[in-house]
Design a binder for this molecule. Structure first.
Ligand SMILES: NC(=O)c1ccc[n+]([C@@H]2O[C@H](COP(=O)([O-])OP(=O)(O)OC[C@H]3O[C@@H](n4cnc5c(N)ncnc54)[C@H](O)[C@@H]3O)[C@@H](O)[C@H]2O)c1
Length: 366
């Protein structure tokens, strides 16, 4: 064997998360970012709820700017995060005269739309730019922020997907005003994730301002919570965007949750609800190992309950959680790599969680 040539290349990643308001006001030029010519076409993959609420505003914006807009409606629902939806989008793209580099696809919706449209963008013509505009709290603080995309497949969460950075992420928290309460609480699970493993000051803010922020859909209060959470997450991801390192603090709450979420797909359990349950389990394991105090555990559980987050579920069994852990061991290259707080605001990784510890955590949380 002899090496004929060794390829060495690096891909710079550079994108901005920008904040704006009144996105569809004709004078707001954020939606024209990345477009290299004045008119032309624009394809927007749009969540069906956002379509129903805003179709007139969207059309009016693009008419004003003399751009021919095509809206592809996708239902924001985990059951629709599939290759069928992916294919549907590709079929429309094939009927549209989209310029490969100068007319980014726009993903406008919750995490489901972010993940599917991002996946399409990463593969269509071997990758085209995508602008992500989250309209749910889950999208705003998490799904739109990093570079992961994907769809569920064969009953497995995010089984098919890609790493493809967005061209730009446009954050307009005005979208949250119409978001149902349950979906606001759902997004708070990911904020709590970052707070517990990374940022004690964010955790303290959630204790003082979390409830009021939720009740006002983050309109009257909660800006600092949102900013700290987003910056905390992206700083955490930035040095390991392609997940070369498999000990990832942001996997906190994401060890048992994939299997919990998929098990309860028909019951419409939300992603953040499964993450919340995982956070409660992981913290209980941490407390039994004295990595956090029992007082801290009680405080976390009480905080979660007061915010409206679940901490357990009738579908949970030791077998289910063990199967989730085993699946994650494959995903994490043979190691458990389970992040847990030690103490609150910092994290370490466990490699030897036993069946007995999982069973104890379940009993405790019940
Ligand atoms: N790629 C990542 O890094 C990443 C991170 C976190 C979560 N996710 C994924 O995100 C998905 C969950 O996202 P989600 O919680 O946003 O769910 P979702 O996309 O299903 O949206 C939730 C609901 O809100 C509705 N909706 C959206 N915006 C609205 C608005 N402004 N007003 C009223 N209704 C609105 C949708 O129609 C839907 O019914 C999961 O599939 C999860 O795996 C991905």
């Amino acid at each position: 064997v002899s090496t004929l040539y060794e390829v060495k290349a690096t891909k710079p990643i550079n994108y901005k998360l920008i904040k704006t308001s009144n996105l569809f006001s004709h004078r707001n030029l954020s939606l024209l970012i990345g477009r290299e010519h004045k008119n032309g076409v624009c394809v927007i993959v749009v969540d069906s709820a956002i379509y129903d609420l805003l179709v007139d505003e969207i059309n009016s914006y693009y008419n004003h700017h003399k751009i021919e807009v095509t809206l592809i409606k996708i239902e924001g629902n985990e059951k629709k995060k599939t290759m069928d939806s992916y294919q549907e989008i590709v079929n429309v793209l094939d009927r549209t005269a989209l310029h490969r580099r100068k007319e980014p696809i726009i993903a406008l919706g919750g995490g489901v739309v972010m993940d599917i449209a991002g996946f399409v963008a990463s593969t269509y013509r071997r990758s085209v730019p995508c602008i992500k505009i989250p309209t749910t709290l889950m999208g705003y603080v998490d799904a739109a922020i990093g570079i992961k995309n994907g769809v569920d497949h064969n009953g497995n969460k995010n089984r098919l997907g890609s790493f493809h950075e967005p061209h730009t992420v446009i954050l307009d928290k005005g979208f949250l005003e119409t978001l149902p309460h349950r979906h606001i609480v759902n997004g708070v699970a990911e904020i709590l994730k970052i707070a517990i493993i990374k940022d004690k000051s964010l955790y303290d803010l959630i204790k003082t301002e979390g409830k009021a922020s939720i009740l006002s859909n983050f309109k009257l209060t909660g800006d600092e919570i949102l900013d700290k959470s987003i910056i905390g997450l992206i700083k955490e991801l930035e040095s390991n965007l392609y997940e070369i390192e498999l000990q990832r603090p942001s996997d906190f709450g994401h060890t048992f949750s994939p299997v919990i979420e998929m098990k309860n797909l028909e019951l419409d359990m939300l992603h953040g609800e499964a993450v919340a349950i995982d956070i409660a389990i992981s913290c209980t394991i941490a407390a039994r190992r004295e990595l956090i105090s029992m007082e801290s555990l009680t405080e976390i559980i009480e905080l979660m309950k007061s915010l409206g987050l679940p901490t357990t579920h009738h579908s949970l069994t030791t077998e289910l959680l063990m199967s989730g852990l085993e699946e994650r061991i494959l995903h994490r290259n043979g190691n458990q790599n389970v992040p847990v707080p030690s103490p609150v605001g910092e994290c370490i990784f466990l490699q030897d969680i036993s069946r007995d510890e999982i069973s104890h955590a379940l009993t405790y949380l019940r």
